[in-house]
Design a protein around this ligand. Structure first.
Ligand SMILES: Cc1ncc(C[n+]2csc(CCOP(=O)(O)OP(=O)(O)O)c2C)c(N)n1
Length: 223
């Protein structure tokens, strides 16, 4: 484990060139990822079986994710300089077979939440006390696969499932009554937090939600 701080993350991210198109997708996730890995998630590079799981579903623009993994000792910070290069393990979409600490390969949107539901169910069935966190984008929520997963997770009361939607207001469709309502009607606990305020994010990540899966909307404002 390194002793890197949040301030170091910007330096780590600036060493990754070559994906300017997705830089905003990365910067909007930086604060939520940092608070999660620094204050909440029980996971170390040893990847114990009872670790908490984190799935980055919004796989485009993974620079913030790689920077946080480097800051927390999963990957060598020097590797960041080869981000996106030929044969670099740090591709423009994360590959679980190549990057230590990465639980799912992602890039095709709409798969992380269904995978997280299955993982949380499996862990619960085996009596393993792990939480499962998944980060998705507000635009990504339009994918229909998410809505089957939201309905199912609510019905089976997956209390150890936590969804972070980073809302940078890029969604094309929107939801009647707001994004939180879409989850609440399925039995979820839902809260919106300032996606740049670390203490507010931590409070939202830690608030009790007995018997129900949890949604935290990390609102980063219009980009
Ligand atoms: C299944 C699928 N359809 C379309 C895309 C193309 N795509 C890449 S990023 C993106 C927008 C995602 O928006 P959002 O989830 O809000 O993330 P942001 O880029 O705003 O951070 C789309 C549609 C994809 N990667 N996967």
């Amino acid at each position: 484990m390194t002793t890197a701080t949040f301030e170091d993350l910007h330096d780590l991210m600036s060493t990754m060139a070559g994906d300017e198109k997705h830089r905003e997708a990365a910067t909007s996730t930086l604060d939520a990822l940092w608070v999660l890995y620094d204050r909440v998630l029980r996971v170390t590079p040893e990847m114990a079986e009872d670790r908490d799981r984190f799935f980055l579903s919004k796989g485009h623009g993974p620079m913030a994710y790689y920077a946080v993994l480097a800051a927390r000792g999963f990957i060598d910070p020097a590797e960041l300089r080869r981000f996106g290069a030929f044969r670099s393990p740090l591709g423009m979409h994360p590959d679980r077979a190549l990057v230590p600490g990465v639980e799912i390969s992602s890039g095709s949107l709409g798969h992380g939440l269904p995978l997280a539901v299955g993982t949380a169910l499996g862990l619960r069935a085996r009596g393993i006390p792990s939480d499962v966190w998944v980060l998705i984008g507000d635009g990504e929520l339009d994918e229909g696969s998410n809505h089957e997963a939201i309905a199912y997770a609510g019905r089976v009361g997956l209390e150890r499932l936590h969804v972070i939607v980073v809302d940078n207001h890029s969604a094309s469709h929107g939801w009647p009554g707001g994004m939180e309502k879409r989850f609440e009607v399925e039995g979820w606990s839902a809260v919106r937090a300032n996606g740049r305020d670390h203490d507010e994010l931590e409070a939202a990540f830690r608030a009790p939600h007995p018997g129900a899966p949890r949604l935290v909307v990390a609102d980063t404002g219009v980009r």
